[in-house]
Design a protein around this ligand. Structure first.
Ligand code: ATP
Length: 439
């Protein structure tokens, strides 16, 4: 597995935030009211991008594997789940306050993320629980307290027996889920990298104890390769094994896949060997046996669990940052997002050379046809050069130009975003030509 080479950052977070806002990828949440700290909305292109990331994960991790199934658990769960999982007691970060400016910091991130600018003295760290609390039903009393889940994983553990009996899977098998999680982070920041509401793509992979190390290594590789296959520059990816003192008390091993974000190497995803901790605890707290009967050996045991846990927003941000290139173009700068075609929010743009009905009519017909296959954009405003630039800036892999010849020869010009090469393609072959390029 390649290890990143500590490359030069290709861009700054300011440029990414500005492009994201300008082109409709990500907006500050509730902006007309001044925004809400660390909350972001995905705009028309952002939602396509993030959906593509999630779809690619679901397809490769669930659909294409016969040892995986999916589920979608609810965000609100029985409060005892969080007692059993240890979150109520232990899902805390060390919080310190600056006595002078009153700002709050996460004690274990002081050197990397933030430091009191005022130079004031800090309080002793105290533990701050990151779970969001709310009330179920109309009465605001302690008995009605529920939590917004801080991870999707527990929804899988509590359904272990349901999934086992309904799918009749044999070990090893896994369950995957994509969904929102909430953490009242002390210091959110770096755009969508750390927010209080975010989406996770998690797998709990159940194995026979004793085979866990082999499957742990398998998943580290599978997950690392997934980012590479979708075009992330391997120089900006690395694996970081957790030191024994960093490990959660129940974990036997943990590795982070890190990406070289503009603020430096940071966690994209964690892969952990969680042993039998979770199923054991839920067995203990619920009284339901969450074990497995092995027909081959005729024994009951509690499986071990390998957990690859990724962030959909972090992955989306990494794809955005990684795709960003600036190139000299005459006296100007060409900004191009070199997304992998699977990830690109718009796959093809149709651009009639002029606004004359003769061209726009045909261009719109082509759009209608292509929309059955992909997300398509239509643009007839301003010069063709400007329109190519606009598509480059949002990472559209192919632009189709409809010109005055097109009616006659029933053909269009297809321009490649990366090579900028132009190919004349007949209308009859257009869909298959694009399928070959995009799929
Ligand atoms: P950190 O140490 O950075 O707080 P963590 O190790 O607690 O993160 P995990 O609990 O392992 O994170 O969560 C799994 C994945 O979920 C992370 O790798 C990340 O991609 C995503 N994630 C976790 N917290 C956040 C957050 N606040 N905002 C966005 N994504 C997050």
């Amino acid at each position: 597995m390649e290890q990143g080479k500590n490359p030069e950052p290709t861009t700054t977070m300011e440029k990414i935030v500005s492009l994201a806002k300008r082109r409709g990828f990500v907006f500050p949440s509730s902006e007309i009211y001044g925004g809400l700290n660390s909350c972001w909305d995905y705009g028309p292109l952002g939602v396509e991008l993030k959906n593509n990331v999630k779809r690619a994960w679901w397809k490769a991790m669930i659909q294409e594997r016969d040892d995986m199934v999916g589920q979608d658990a609810s965000i609100l769960m029985h409060p005892q789940v969080w007692e059993a999982s240890g979150h109520l007691q232990g899902f805390t970060d060390p919080l310190v306050d600056c006595k002078k400016c009153k700002q709050r910091f996460r004690a274990d991130h002081l050197s990397t993320e933030n430091c009191p600018q005022c130079g004031g003295e800090l309080t002793e760290p105290r533990n701050f629980n990151l779970m969001f609390k709310t009330y179920m039903g109309p009465v605001e009393e302690q008995a009605a307290v529920v939590y917004l889940r801080p991870e999707t994983a527990q929804g899988i553990f509590v359904n272990f027996q349901n999934i086992l009996t309904t799918t009749r899977k044999k070990l090893p098998f896994g369950v995957g889920q994509i969904g929102k999680s909430f953490r009242n982070e002390i210091t959110p920041g770096n755009f969508t990298f750390r927010t209080r509401e975010f989406e996770q793509m998690e797998i709990e992979y159940f194995v026979k104890p004793g085979t866990d190390e082999e499957f742990y290594a398998h998943w580290v590789r599978v997950r690392f390769d997934w980012y590479k296959k979708l075009g992330i520059n391997p120089d900006r990816l690395r694996l970081r094994d957790h030191a024994p003192e960093e490990l959660a008390h129940y974990a036997k091993a943990c590795s982070d896949i890190e990406y070289y974000f503009p603020m430096g190497w940071s966690e994209l995803e964690g892969i952990a060997n969680r042993t039998d901790f979770d199923l054991k605890r839920h067995t203990e707290y619920s009284g339901d046996k969450l074990d497995y009967f092995d027909h081959e050996t005729n024994e009951h045991y509690i499986p071990y669990v390998i957990e690859p846990s990724a962030g959909a927003d972090r992955a989306t941000l990494a794809f955005l940052v990684d795709a960003y290139y600036e190139e000299p173009d005459k006296d100007d700068l060409r900004v191009v997002l070199r997304f992998h075609p699977t990830i690109a929010p718009i796959k093809v743009a149709v651009l009639p050379l002029s606004r004359k009905e003769q061209l726009t009519g045909l261009a719109k017909e082509i759009c209608k046809d292509l929309r059955k296959h992909w997300v398509i954009d239509y643009d007839d405003a301003k010069s063709i050069g400007r329109r190519y630039r606009r598509q480059d800036e949002v990472g559209t892999p192919y632009c189709i130009t409809v010109d005055f010849q097109s009616q006659e020869d029933q053909a269009v010009t297809v321009r490649d975003r990366d090579t900028m090469e132009q190919t004349r393609v007949s209308l009859i072959e257009l869909v298959s030509f694009l399928h070959e390029k995009l799929d």
